[in-house]
Design a protein around this ligand. Structure first.
Ligand code: ASP
Length: 415
């Protein structure tokens, strides 16, 4: 019997941890030998294949999905549900982060001066939230595609999809058919790429383990534990409860359907790179229509980041505790709001959430230089947290898609 793909991936992860530890202790030769490079290139190839698919996939899927929704009223309803879901779940996640950090005080008494040898000028600071919104409109859609500007591509694709619904039926059907056929072809391509996932995951996990400095983890162990606990609460308690409340379906079915996407998010630390896998899992395994998944998922990959939102809030409170600054209730409220904006603005790529923390620390008036020193240490231990929050991010996107599909009367998980 052939092992299911998500089992293959789990086994690959376990082997990756083992092999990574071997390399860290130079059992198979160090991280500069040919064997190490051979294994980690499997991960690099996998990520490149996924990235290759992203832009054509988002573009064809959104245009065919949105133009298939038909009238403006359905589109408006879908949009309203989607944004309501994005906002509420991100806020829930932030509240979990806020509560835990206030209870556990991970930053109190942490001395980071000695551990950080970080050049803060290397950090690229994010723009303001208003700028992020305006930048959604691409100056040139082709350039947005070639530079991988996700929000720009999404904006143009939705607009084009809407415009297609408004042209003469002969043209409309013709263009729609072209896009849906292209979309089918890209989905097939994705299916083939995903077969490579176990090998790719092996390479990615091996690299993550082999290059991690476990010593530093101990210094900020409580911080890491706080974030990991918060993410687990959101992933295994809050989201499944929401899912059950709105669909009356056992959440296990959903987790099974998206296991491959969760594993890919965990090993790539990138919601964008995982998007092709998420779309495939949600459509093929959960049975959501392309109309809904193509609307909710691509935008969700950049806009809806529950794990990142939780992290922004908990991270800033951690920084304030390390600096010994007591935040007032109104400042904490400001943290909640800006954490939400920062999570919306963060790109779906590795460590994007960490840099966005500046938006929040600036809002509460922390000094950039002090903050950068602490962020330097946070960056050094960020990989495992990033893997975890990316997994939470895409799980929330997929649960939202299922909830919205169910509310639109779709029949899910029947396969
Ligand atoms: N890596 C995350 C993602 O792609 C973003 C983050 O750094 O929080 O979803």
């Amino acid at each position: 019997m052939k092992l299911k793909l998500h089992w293959q991936i789990l086994i690959a992860m376990a082997i990756g941890v083992f092999v990574g530890l071997m390399f860290q202790n130079a059992v198979f030769g160090g991280t500069d030998g040919w064997f190490y490079h051979l294994i980690i290139s499997l991960g690099t190839i996998f990520v490149r294949l996924l990235k290759m698919v992203i832009v054509p996939l988002i573009f064809t899927s959104i245009v065919s999905g949105v133009s298939g929704i038909g009238d403006g009223k359905s589109l408006g309803r879908l949009g309203a549900k989607t944004f309501f879901y994005y906002l509420t779940t991100s806020l829930f996640a932030i509240i979990v982060g806020l509560t835990l950090t206030n209870l556990l005080h991970p930053g109190v008494g942490v001395e980071l001066g000695a551990t950080s040898t970080f050049d803060s000028s290397q950090l690229q600071k994010p723009g303001s939230p208003a700028e992020i919104l305006i930048r959604m409109i691409p100056l040139n859609p082709i350039k947005a595609m070639s530079s991988g500007d996700m929000l720009g591509v999404i904006f143009f694709a939705i607009f084009l999809g809407v415009a297609i619904t408004k042209i003469k039926s002969a043209h409309r059907d013709f263009v729609r058919n072209i896009f849906s056929s292209l979309f089918e072809a890209i989905m097939k391509l994705t299916e083939i790429v995903i077969k490579f996932a176990p090998l790719g995951v092996l390479g990615l996990i091996t690299k993550a383990v082999a290059t991690s400095g476990f010593d530093l983890f101990a210094a900020v162990g409580k911080y890491m534990l706080t974030i990991a606990t918060g993410l687990s609460i959101h992933l295994f308690i809050v989201l499944p409860i929401l899912f059950f409340l709105f669909t009356r379906i056992n959440p296990i079915h959903h987790f099974k359907a998206i296991a491959t996407a969760m594993a890919t998010a965990f090993s790539t630390s990138s919601s964008n790179a995982t998007l092709p896998v998420t779309m495939r899992c949600v459509e093929e395994n959960a049975g959501v229509s392309n109309k809904i998944s193509s609307f909710v998922l691509p935008m969700g990959a950049t806009v809806n980041m529950d794990g990142t939102a939780l992290y922004e809030c908990a991270g800033v409170l951690f920084i304030s505790q390390v600096l010994g600054i007591e935040l007032s209730v109104s400042q904490q409220f400001l943290v909640v709001l800006t954490a939400l904006l920062a999570s919306i603005g963060a790109a779906g790529i590795p460590s994007a959430g960490l840099v966005m923390i500046f938006i929040v620390t600036q809002a509460v008036g922390f000094n950039d230089a002090d903050v950068a020193l602490i962020i330097g240490t946070m960056l050094a231990v960020d990989r495992p947290l990033d893997m975890f929050r990316t997994m939470v991010n895409i799980t929330s996107d997929s649960i939202g898609t299922a909830i919205i599909a169910k509310s639109e009367g779709e029949n899910l998980y029947s396969k």
